[in-house]
Ligand binder design. Structure first.
Ligand code: VNL
Length: 393
C-alpha cells in the first residue's frame, strides 16, 4: 500500500517536472514580444511618455492576441543615451528573444541600435527619430515617424510667397537639425530667398539666449527653428522675452517647436506662428477625432503629439505584419510584411515605402490658433504624399 502510494507520487512528480519544462517553451512559442526602448526619464522623457501611452492605447483597442499569439510589450528606459539604448537592445534580443525592436526617441539611439537589428535580423520600428539617413543604417529599419527634410521643404516653399526672403536658421546641432538646416536652406535659395546665417545649439541643456541675441541683431525677416520635441516651449519663451516678434522678426519652425505636448501652455505669444509638420492634434478627420478623444481619456487629459502618432502607427505596422505572417517565418517575414503597408493614420493617409522603408505622408502647413479656448496647430494647406527628399542624395 505504502509502496503504491510512493510510486504514484513519483509518477505524478515526474509528470509535473515534464510539464514544467515544456510549459515555458510552449509559452515562449505563443508569445510575440515587442521590445520598446524609449527615453522614459531625462531630457526626452515626454517622448517616451507619449509613445508608451499610444502603444498601450493601440493594444487596448486592438486586443493583445494576434494570429493566436499573445503580444507582450517590454518597455525599457534608455534615458536617451545611445550606449544604453544599444545595451538594452542587445539584452532584449539575446535574453528576451524579442520578435521586434521598436521606439528610438532620438537619432543617436536609432543609429546605435541599427547594426544589431541587421546582425540579429530583427525588424526595428523607428517611432520617433527623424534624421533622413536612419533607414539606410540597416535594411531592418522601418520608420513610422517622419524625416526633417520631409517637413522642412514645405516651409521653404511657403515663406517667400509670404514676404519672407531673408532667414536665419537655428537648429539643434545633430542629425535632424543638420537635415532641417540643409534642406530648408537649399529650397529657400531655389525659391529666391536666402539663409543669411545658420546657427546651431547643443542638443543637451541648450541655452538659446546668446543665439537669439545674434538673431535680433541680424534682423532677418524670419527665424527658422528646429529643436527636438520637449525643447520648443523654451525657445518660444525666450523668443518672446527678447521681443523678437515686436522687432518684426517672424518665428517659423517645424512642428517639433509648437509640439502638441507643450503648445497649450505657451500662451498667446505663440498665436500666429506658422509651422510645417505631418501631425496636428487638430487634424480634422473623424479618425483623428476618435484617436485624440481616446488618448486623452486614457491619459488624464494629456493631448497626443506627433510622437504618440508615430508610436500608434508603429504598433499598427507590427500588428498587421504579425497577422499577415501568422506569427511564422521570423524577422525577415515580418519585415517583408511591414513594407508597403497602406493605411489611414490619425495624421491622414500614409504608406510604408517598400523600397526605402520610410513613411510617405501628407505634410501640412499650420498656424497656431485658439480653438475652444485652447491653442492648436490649425492646418491651412497640405502637400500630399511627400516622400523623404533626403533619399535622393
Ligand atoms: C528627433 C527628431 C527627436 C525630431 C525629436 O524629439 C524630434 C531625432 C525627441 O531624430 O532625434 O522632435
Amino acid at each position: 500500500m505504502h509502496k503504491r502510494h510512493l510510486l504514484r507520487a513519483s509518477a505524478a512528480a515526474a509528470a509535473l517536472m515534464a510539464l514544467a519544462t515544456t510549459l515555458p517553451a510552449m509559452a515562449q512559442d505563443n508569445v510575440f514580444k515587442i521590445g520598446l526602448i524609449l527615453p522614459m526619464t531625462g531630457q526626452q522623457a515626454t517622448t517616451g511618455r507619449q509613445i508608451e501611452a499610444a502603444a498601450r492605447l493601440y493594444m487596448a483597442q486592438n486586443g493583445d492576441t494576434v494570429a493566436g499569439k499573445k503580444v507582450q510589450l517590454i518597455i525599457k528606459d534608455d534615458t536617451s543615451l545611445p550606449d544604453v539604448t544599444r545595451r538594452l537592445a542587445q539584452e532584449l534580443v539575446v535574453n528576451d528573444k524579442v520578435n521586434v525592436l521598436a521606439g528610438m526617441g532620438i537619432t543617436p539611439s536609432a543609429m546605435a541600435t541599427a547594426p544589431l537589428a541587421t546582425q540579429s535580423k530583427t525588424p526595428l520600428v523607428v517611432m520617433a527619430a527623424a534624421t533622413s539617413s536612419i533607414t539606410e543604417a540597416s535594411p531592418y529599419v522601418v520608420r513610422t515617424s517622419f524625416t526633417l527634410p520631409q517637413v522642412s521643404v514645405a516651409l521653404a516653399d511657403w515663406a517667400p510667397k509670404n514676404g519672407i526672403k531673408k532667414v536665419v536658421t537655428l537648429v539643434s546641432d545633430y542629425g535632424p537639425g543638420i537635415d532641417a538646416e540643409k534642406f530648408f536652406n537649399q529650397r529657400l535659395a531655389f525659391n529666391g530667398g536666402q539663409v543669411t546665417e545658420a546657427l546651431r545649439v547643443p542638443l543637451r541643456n541648450p541655452d538659446f539666449a546668446p543665439f537669439l541675441q545674434k538673431v535680433r541683431d541680424a534682423k532677418p525677416d524670419a527665424l527658422f527653428v528646429f529643436v527636438p520635441s520637449g525643447a520648443g516651449a523654451a525657445v518660444m519663451k525666450q523668443f518672446l522675452e527678447r521681443g523678437m516678434d515686436k522687432a518684426g522678426i517672424k518665428l517659423i519652425a517645424t512642428g517639433d517647436v509648437t509640439d502638441d505636448d507643450q503648445l497649450n501652455d505657451m500662451g498667446d505669444g505663440a498665436l500666429g506662428v506658422v509651422t510645417s509638420h505631418h501631425y496636428s492634434a487638430a487634424h480634422p478627420s473623424p479618425l483623428n477625432k476618435k484617436f485624440v478623444e481616446a488618448f486623452e481619456k486614457a491619459n488624464k487629459g494629456l493631448r497626443p503629439n506627433f510622437m504618440a502618432v508615430g508610436g500608434y502607427d508603429g504598433m499598427r505596422v507590427i500588428y498587421e505584419a504579425l497577422k499577415t505572417t501568422k506569427g511564422a517565418g521570423g524577422g525577415d517575414a515580418l519585415l517583408a510584411a511591414m513594407k508597403g503597408q497602406v493605411f489611414e493614420s490619425p495624421r491622414g493617409p500614409v504608406f510604408v515605402d517598400a523600397q526605402t522603408r520610410d513613411i510617405v505622408q501628407n505634410v501640412y502647413l499650420r498656424k497656431v490658433e485658439r480653438v475652444n479656448g485652447q491653442l492648436y496647430n490649425v492646418e491651412f494647406d497640405v502637400i500630399k504624399d511627400v516622400k523623404d527628399p533626403g533619399k535622393a542624395r
